[in-house]
Write a protein that binds this ligand. Sequence first.
Ligand code: FE
Ligand code: CA
Length: 532
Amino acid sequence: MPRSRLSRRAVLKTGLGVAGLIAAPALFGCTERRSWSQGDPFTLGVAAGDPSPDGFVLWTRLAPEPLSFDPATPGGMTDGRVQLGYEIAADPSLRYIVRRGTALAGPEDAYSVHVEISGLMPGRPYWYRFFSGDATSPVGRAMTLPAADSQPDRLRFAFVSCANYEHGYFAAYRHLAEEEPDLVLFLGDYIYEYIDPRPGMVRRHSDGLDCVDLWTYRNRYAQYRLDPDLQRLHAAAPMLMTWDDHEVQNDYAGEWSATFMPRELFLKRRAAAYRAFYEHMPVRPHRSHPDGPAMQLYDRFAFGDLAEISMIDGRQYRSREACYAPPNKGGGHLEGNESCPERLDPSRSMIGGAQEAWLFDGLARSSARWNILGQDVLMAQFRQRRPPDPASGFWTDGWDGYPASRGRLLQQIHERGVRNAVVLSGDIHAFFANDLKPDFDDPRSPVVATEFVGTSISSRGPNYDQFMASIPDNPHMRFFDSRVRGYSTVDLTPGQMTVRFQALSDVADPRATVSTLRTFVVEDGRAGAAAG
Ligand code: FE
Ligand code: CA
């Protein structure tokens, strides 16, 4: 670590010893003198995300009263702008500081900061913390991407989704944090916007309110971020973020709510939800600072020549749900080809024209050994039967609602010979391992990519027996289990990808243990999931 030694020498030259390096930052005059009489302002923890080869984004939000409900004083903050200090070190005990700086937090972003760091060394971990007056944040771990021209021999990451606070504890986040992955892909449903009326909730959304405006979304994020297991995960590993529907409203599609709200009203709600998401996530301000109801989240990340990860936004730009009609077809519903020909309309898109062009272009140009898509919903076709109804149907809220859009993507992967395409998905609260084909109904259609769907962190799964009864009608589905909650890890080398499905012993037990349910291997050059 030549850089950290250099840096230490440089600091020693200024007359400060190692003790000075770990002392309160007031010594360095980087934050105003201030005592937090209200209490700790770092109640929501810290986070890192969106790495580049020379930096990443560091996040925190000042909130001494995190669940304060007064719109004029978000998080209990009353006074104008507040200066924060931060330091980044080359070692976990923060002795070898490589960077110090300041950032301003203000009411416009609910006293959150998104510090874009650059100028660091590629392909290595860093540790960081924030300061404000006499308060110090927990220490977080971040990571820079490997250099563009490097040949990494390994990448260890994880993917997670669907953490309904009311349905259980976040022990899965804690177990994942203990694994210290290089990176975590978040694939949607970070919060749930509604209050679940069913019996048997493990814990409650404390305000008892459905989120509809900035204050209710903001407080929902604050409640989730107070969870110690979620805080641990953010501190342990940087994240790449995308969202699904529950960050706004169940089963919304682009500008259309699932509840037939007038379009303008729904876009106001979407704008509030996106803003609250931005305020709580370690995302790049230059890319993602929200502009009314618009916020760009999709992006790609290169890990030398080993992998390229494209994070996809499957909600903001999608066409309206197929056969959208009151009173009960505003969101996902099962439709057959006769009942809803609109579903097959080639003009429908899951990700919108601009994102589709960006994705196809990126995949065509990629020279990475592994091309990974992180996205929100099940991509493989899933022909479902719901006895006693003898007809089969397709769920309109997943890619099955946008089969032409899916066909274009998989055909593109096939025609361009995209190397080792792997799709990682969430939403459905179940593990799946699937072969992806341009035409699922044609047995001769080639397997061009592999899909792994991660189960939920805590959200209740779909009925196992009912889904299992349909699996034989879907021979491209190699594995399915909706009975457990958990997370998924990926160990990637040039020669193979190993995916572990990790299952929690009991989501209602905060001290639940975790075990490996199944392991799959994808070999370089051979699409499809084989048992590991
Ligand atoms: Fe979900
Ligand atoms: Ca969802």
